[in-house]
Design a binder for this molecule. Structure first.
Ligand code: 5GP
Length: 117
């Protein structure tokens, strides 16, 4: 069950602040509070989805398309295309997911090395 008290739901409701970098009808993007790279931005859908699992299974196709187009837009607007960047999404315990609202990490601004340590 989706927990409406998770921290990203509170950010979407503007109950707690974030350093917003982008917003449209499908998504909100903001800087990660504990950046793991010189640029570390999170992109979240506006619907109540816990991870890629329920988002990919249940979100309307237009929302999926709109969300992933927003991820690309954010990376471009952050100036990451030329130098390169990484996106990742964690699901569940083995994925190390901490916040149960679907989010894509965008990481860049330096060479990120191997995909998995
Ligand atoms: P996960 O491990 O769930 O994929 O990633 C959750 C991310 O959310 C972490 O990188 C963590 O630093 C970030 N985070 C946790 N709480 C907050 C918060 O209150 N504000 C922001 N901007 N990021 C947060």
């Amino acid at each position: 069950m989706y927990d409406p008290q998770n921290i990203f739901a509170k950010i979407l409701r503007e109950e707690i602040p974030c350093k917003k970098v982008y917003e449209d009808q499908f998504s909100l993007a903001f800087h990660d509070i504990h950046p793991q790279a010189p640029v570390h931005v999170l992109v979240i859908p506006k619907g109540d989805y816990m991870s890629l699992d329920d988002f990919s299974a249940f979100a309307p196709p237009a929302d999926v398309a709109g969300f992933f187009k927003a991820v690309g837009t954010v990376a471009r607007e952050l100036g990451l295309v030329e130098g390169g960047y990484r996106i990742l999404a964690n699901h569940g315990v083995n994925g190390g997911q901490e916040v149960p609202h679907f989010h894509i990490h965008i990481l860049g601004g330096k060479s990120l090395g191997r995909m998995v340590a």
